[in-house]
Design a protein around this ligand. Sequence first.
Ligand SMILES: [Zn+2]
Length: 344
Amino acid sequence: MDSITLRRPDDWHLHLRDGAMLAGIAPESARHFGRAIIMPNLVPPVVTGAQAQAYRDRITAALPADSGFTPLMTLYLTEESDPADIIAAHQSGLVTAVKLYPAGATTNSTSGVRDFDKVRPVLEAMAEHGIPLCVHGEVVDSDVDIFDREAVFIDRVLDPIRRRTPGLRVIMEHITTRQGVDYARAGGDDLGATITTHHLVINRNAILVGGIKPHYYCLPVAKREEHRLALRAAATSGDASFFLGTDSAPHTDPLKENACGCAGCFTATNTMSILAEVFEQENALDRLEAFASLNGPAFYRLPANETRVTLTKGDPVSYPAKIDTGDGPVTVFDPMMPLHWRVG
Ligand SMILES: [Zn+2]
């Protein structure tokens, strides 16, 4: 097979940032994707419907004319979130989902949730109204090893929340472990999981072997090879529980190449070429459309995109090493392998 046509893909987990960074990187996602779930972890975070409206307007202004790209907005769940505001923002069509960050788990998450009992009324209201909850699934306890934080979160936080709140629709964002794969697969129709492009490609050696490689550092951090293989098997299985959420998360080079470097890989530019390469390696090109274009909308109860994209195999694809933004250069994720599939 040297050409494959898919429904236009969507990105069910994306960081577009704000200001000059937003202007610089929004076209990278709009080029190939139809829609994206936009993360709300700005400073200050997008907590209210009014803030989501204003942020959506700024995103729309940053998109190329006629891009056809639709940002799907989320609200940042805090211990003070107002259930009535969340429900109104969802019912008006402004907001697609709500994002739960454990306080301190990742970039700009200090306003997140410390005491999960405090958000129980909000979660119950969301279950009642069918509003999906996107979860950053890592505990932040200092006594839990960073490589174990996802598995511990499932046992200590996620499973109890789901048992207490029947009907709550949950997306485990950017799963990175075999335990995450197993829990999502067994979770039934109200549980889905996104998988990033980069976690299909790298294990933790990419960050740590031969010198520290800050551009491969992200959260949740890449794990052992056995976990990468579990993610690849899940993504390429066609199982409707799993869909693409790139977690493409730009930081400028000075913030990555730093004594305390920021977490995030920027994959918006070359994600579709990387995914085609990965799915071809797994003899699963015929299941790329399920992962990138069909399973996500089905979980979110939205129609798949009507337009199509074609990927064609040929000589290695060139893509920029960096995107220049008004904030500074952003390094594009290097998958450490030639990419042969080009979009369009
Ligand atoms: Zn993210």
